[in-house]
Design a protein around this ligand. Structure first.
Ligand SMILES: *Cc1c(COP(=O)(O)O)cnc(C)c1O
Length: 375
């Protein structure tokens, strides 16, 4: 059976985890947590990175730092993972869903202004499949209407938009290191902070509402409860796992891109024959091969394809069911404008097996199977 995903493993994970244990500092903010955050700051070019227990938690921190409160509205696509909305809904905000562009499956930047009301506080672009949203337009709209921009870059580490790393363009950026992502620590994430005026409050929120981080740096002689907060620090053992992967981040990225390019090249003929559609990478965007998807004619064809691939021992999966159609989406959100593409495109999309340690022979097997399908 060819699985859809296998978590990346590069070889040094256990060694570093053992070292974390030997350091006798397995809680948060130990050696490996510091190494990982410093690496992300340097590599992505941002002033501050906080490693967190998940991308969901990084987004919750961003919502708190943006002072999102009861009754506020936050603009986002409906075609996304639940966490994008959860982080804001937890603070009492309403999710305002905007339709997507069919070419990238990202929020349609031309529809954002229509969704803005006097209650709007933030825009949350989601970089689907590690392909950037149209960030120049989004940042212009945000500036004009004085809105915060929180990038859900869960899938976007190592991707860029006009040379800038995803997650560093908006006020805050959120990465995921869940086992399904390109780089992992099992469960984990990171919050990227553009303006240093947020650093102190971010530290406090992440450390149960205390100034313990300052205490550990010797800047205060005892730590106190300063504000409402939570516990968003991952264990240093998990960070050690991630560190092994960050050390070879370029190698992981290149391997994934080679799988992605092989799929893309192999299916170009089927695309030309209009049997399926392939992803679009807009000009100015460099992607990280987070996923490879194809789009089929309709829901019925996709279901047939999933069943057919399964009969060939290949696991393929569809993706998000639009949030606005889910019970919580109805309760906590509203769709702005018309759902022209969100539902229709989500029903046609199919993701193929794609992971770091994918064998060449498995890749060939998937390609051959797709080519033989009765479209
Ligand atoms: C994976 C993912 C998340 C959630 O990441 P966690 O680290 O599991 O919290 C959020 N948004 C998107 C778009 C994702 O793909």
């Amino acid at each position: 059976m060819i699985r859809f995903n296998i978590p990346p493993y590069v070889g040094n994970e256990l060694k570093y985890m053992e070292q974390a244990i030997k350091n006798e500092k397995i809680c948060g903010d130990g050696e490996y947590t510091k190494k990982c955050s410093a690496w992300i700051e340097e590599k992505m070019g941002t002033q501050k990175v906080f490693l967190t227990t998940s991308c969901t938690h990084a987004t919750e921190m961003a919502a708190m730092l943006s002072e999102i409160k009861e009754g506020d509205e936050v603009i986002m696509p409906s075609y996304t993972f639940v966490s994008t909305a959860d982080a804001f809904v937890l603070r009492g905000a309403k999710a305002v869903f905007v339709d997507i562009r069919p070419d990238t499956m990202n929020i349609d930047e031309t529809l954002i202004e229509d969704a803005i009301t006097e209650k709007t506080k933030a825009i949350v672009p989601v970089h689907y499949a590690g392909v950037s949203c149209e960030m120049d337009t989004i940042m212009d709209i945000a500036k004009q209407h004085k809105l915060m921009v929180i990038e859900d870059a869960a899938q976007g580490m190592m991707s860029t938009y006009k040379g800038k790393a995803l997650g560093t363009i908006g006020d805050f950026g959120c990465y995921s290191f869940h086992e399904t992502k390109n780089y992992t620590m099992g469960e984990g994430g990171a919050l990227l902070v553009k303006d240093d005026k947020y650093n102190e409050y971010a530290e406090i929120i992440r450390e149960k509402g205390t100034d313990r981080s300052k205490f550990f740096r010797g800047q205060v002689d005892k730590y106190t409860w300063k504000d409402a907060g939570s516990s968003y620090l991952p264990s240093d053992m998990n960070a050690a796992y991630l560190w092994a992967q960050l050390e070879v981040a370029e190698q992981i990225n290149e391997k994934r891109l080679s799988v992605w390019n092989a799929y893309y090249g192999a299916f170009s003929e089927l695309r030309d024959q209009e049997k399926l559609e392939l992803p679009t990478i807009p000009k100015g965007c460099v992607h990280n091969a987070h996923m490879f998807y194809i789009k089929l004619k309709d829901l019925e064809t996709r279901t047939r394809m999933i069943d057919y691939l399964k009969s060939e021992d290949i696991l393929s999966v569809f993706h998000y069911v639009p949030l606005h159609s889910a019970p919580a989406g109805i309760k906590y959100g509203r769709f702005s404008g018309e759902d022209k593409f969100t539902t229709k495109e989500s029903e046609r999309l199919l993701r193929l097996p794609m992971y770091y340690n994918m064998e060449e022979s498995d890749l060939e097997k998937v390609i051959e199977a797709v080519k033989k399908f009765d479209f």
